[in-house]
Design a protein around this ligand. Structure first.
Ligand code: ATP
Ligand code: ZN
Length: 292
């Protein structure tokens, strides 16, 4: 991959599905705007040297492996199932799901050993095979590409192994959740040879830096509140701020405004104490980007 002409980096994302919107939203927060993408295979951005390819998620790992795309956003489940030789750059924190064993009400599945000699229907034969190998279990795998959950009703399998989020689909098919075989989320993956092209490597690192700043901002909130001076010392001890909080005197001379970046969910641990200590006007705001 040697050329002196610099070209855009090629990013593959899912064309239409559960990862599409979140992938585009992440890019937007990274300052990558695209327009009119619907029904097009490839779209470039005016604000970043990138061409975005819209593809079926199942094809993304292989395209990235073969260099058809330089990088991609896809579920870890698909990367693993396709056995793709790629480099995984970052977990993206969305598209979370589990691949689980599920079984009919009439059966029981308490430990992996209960799978011995059973027939398992799945769209993830490789993941299931690896799991059975790890647990040292002999079982038959039937590969189905969709509607895996009806296999027990049809009498073609004893157990199914499929993606579960809420469990509603399982319930509708009178199946119970068994144990988890694989936990997945969307990941950013890269072609392994990308680093040999200096220009593309630089673009990739720039994108990665932006993505990391968006992800760390998501994990944090900006807290603002007014605090009586008398309680300040006690309240400061409660705040696990990334940096030292900002303290601004207020006109009334008896209280101060405190601003701090805190972990997203932490406020619920301290809100009652803050109120008891006289904190008022508590505001918690999202942070779009956090640049280290
Ligand atoms: P495509 O047409 O691109 O092949 P698909 O039907 O295979 O689409 P989707 O159902 O859109 O794929 O799911 C894409 C990815 O989203 C999954 O591979 C998985 O990583 C993730 N995901 C998260 N939650 C769920 C869920 N509840 N059901 C299915 N996939 C989920
Ligand atoms: Zn798919």
């Amino acid at each position: 991959m040697k050329n002196n002409e610099s070209r855009n980096i090629k990013l593959a994302i899912q064309k239409k599905g559960r990862l599409t919107e979140k992938s585009l939203e992440l890019l937007k927060l990274c300052g990558i705007d695209i327009e009119n993408y619907s029904e097009r295979l490839v779209v470039s951005s005016n604000t970043f040297p990138i061409d975005i390819f819209f593809l079926r998620d199942d094809d993304i790992p292989e395209y990235v492996q073969d260099g058809v795309a330089d990088i991609g956003i896809v579920g870890e489940n698909v990367v693993y199932e396709k056995k793709a030789e790629i480099e995984s750059l970052e977990n993206l924190g969305f598209g979370k799901c589990k691949i689980m064993m599920a079984y009919p009400d009439s059966a029981s599945l308490e430990s992996p050993q209960d799978l011995m000699n059973k027939t398992i229907a799945t769209s993830y034969p490789h993941i299931v095979r690896e799991y059975l190998k790890k647990e040292n279990i002999q079982a038959k795998i039937i590969e189905l590409s969709g509607s895996v959950e009806i296999a027990p009703t049809l009498g073609v399998a004893d157990v199914v192994c499929d993606i579960v989020s809420t469990g509603n689909t399982l319930m509708m098919n009178k199946l119970k959740k068994g144990f988890t075989v694989f936990e997945s989320q969307a990941v950013l993956i890269s072609n392994k040879e990308l680093a040999t092209d200096g220009n593309l490597e630089t673009i990739k690192q720039d994108l990665l830096r932006r993505i990391r700043s968006v992800l760390s901002a998501r994990r944090s909130k900006y807290l603002m509140m007014n605090v009586p001076k008398l309680s300040l010392e006690k309240i400061m001890k409660l705040i696990p701020s990334l940096r030292s909080p900002t303290i601004v005197p207020l006109a009334d001379n008896e209280s101060v405004a405190v601003h701090a970046v805190i972990p997203s969910d932490y406020i619920w641990n301290i809100v009652d104490i803050l109120k008891n200590e006289g904190a008022s006007g508590i505001l918690l705001m999202p942070i779009e980007n956090m640049i280290p």
